[in-house]
Ligand binder design. Structure first.
Ligand SMILES: CC(C)(COP(=O)(O)OP(=O)(O)OC[C@H]1O[C@@H](n2cnc3c(N)ncnc32)[C@H](O)[C@@H]1OP(=O)(O)O)[C@@H](O)C(=O)NCCC(=O)NCCS
Length: 197
C-alpha cells in the first residue's frame, strides 16, 4: 500500500480521469511518480510501454507525427526526455539512465524566420501539426545501456548491448557491443568476450 502511494503519479492519473489519450501498457509496466506521458492529440498506440518496464521520465510525441515504442524489461530514469516526431524504437532490456535526451527531429526549424513562426504557433495554439523538422528514426537495440546525461540525436541507431557513456552526444550509429563516449561520441572500445558472459 505504502509503495503504491509513493509511486502515485498525479499528472498521469488526472489525464486518465480526463479521458486523454496516453499510451498502451504491457503487463506489469510501471509509470513512476516523476513520469510524463505526453501524447499531443494522437491515438494512444503512438506510445507503447512493454511488459515489466519502468518509466520515470518523459515520453512525448508531437502533433506533426511521432511514435515511441519501448520493449520489455526497460528502464527510463527521471529527468530523461524522449521526444518523437518520427519514430523512436527501443528494444528489450534497455536501460536509460537519468537526464538523458533522445530526440528524432530538429524540434525547431533551422531558419530563424521559420523558428519564430513556429514559436508564435506554440505560444498561441500549441505545437503545429503541419511542420517539417527533418524527422529521422532513432533505434536503440536490445540490451543497450545509455548512461546519465547522454544525448542521442536524430537518425542514430544504438547497437545491441552497446553502452553510451555519461554526458555523451551521439550523432552517429553505434555498433553492437561497443562503448562510445564524448561529444561527439567516439568509440572507446569493443566489449570483450569475458564481458559479454
Ligand atoms: C546542432 C544541430 C541543429 C545540427 O544539425 P545539422 O546542421 O543538421 O548537423 P548534422 O546532423 O548534419 O551534423 C553535422 C556534423 O556535426 C556534428 N554534430 C551535429 N550536432 C552536434 C552536436 N550537438 N554536438 C556535437 N556534434 C554535432 C555531427 O556529428 C556531424 O559531424 P560528422 O559529419 O563529423 O559526423 C543538431 O544536431 C542538434 O544539436 N539538434 C538539437 C535538437 C534539440 O536539442 N532538440 C530539443 C531541444 S529544443
Amino acid at each position: 500500500m505504502k509503495n503504491w502511494f509513493n509511486n502515485l503519479n498525479l499528472h498521469y492519473l488526472i489525464r486518465v480521469l480526463a479521458g486523454r489519450t496516453l499510451c498502451l501498457r504491457g503487463v506489469g509496466s510501471q509509470i513512476g511518480r516523476n513520469a510524463r506521458i505526453i501524447n499531443i492529440g494522437g491515438p494512444s498506440n503512438r506510445i507503447s510501454i512493454g511488459a515489466r518496464s519502468i518509466v520515470d521520465g518523459e515520453l512525448l510525441v508531437f502533433p506533426h507525427g511521432g511514435s515511441i515504442s519501448l520493449g520489455e524489461w526497460c528502464y527510463v530514469g527521471s529527468g530523461t526526455r524522449i521526444w518523437s516526431g518520427g519514430s523512436i524504437e527501443i528494444g528489450n532490456r534497455v536501460l536509460i539512465s537519468n537526464n538523458v535526451s533522445i530526440v528524432d527531429n530538429l524540434t525547431h526549424p533551422i531558419s530563424p524566420k521559420a523558428r519564430h513562426k513556429q514559436f508564435q504557433q506554440i505560444y498561441s495554439s500549441g505545437h503545429p501539426k503541419d511542420i517539417e523538422l527533418d524527422d529521422q528514426p532513432v533505434r536503440i537495440l536490445d540490451d543497450a545501456w545509455i548512461a546519465m546525461g547522454a544525448t542521442i540525436l536524430r537518425g542514430v541507431t544504438i547497437g545491441r548491448g552497446a553502452i553510451v557513456g555519461a554526458a555523451s552526444v551521439v550523432t552517429r550509429d553505434v555498433p553492437d557491443y561497443t562503448i562510445v563516449a564524448g561529444n561527439p561520441a567516439r568509440v572507446i572500445r569493443i566489449l570483450s568476450l569475458t564481458e559479454l558472459n
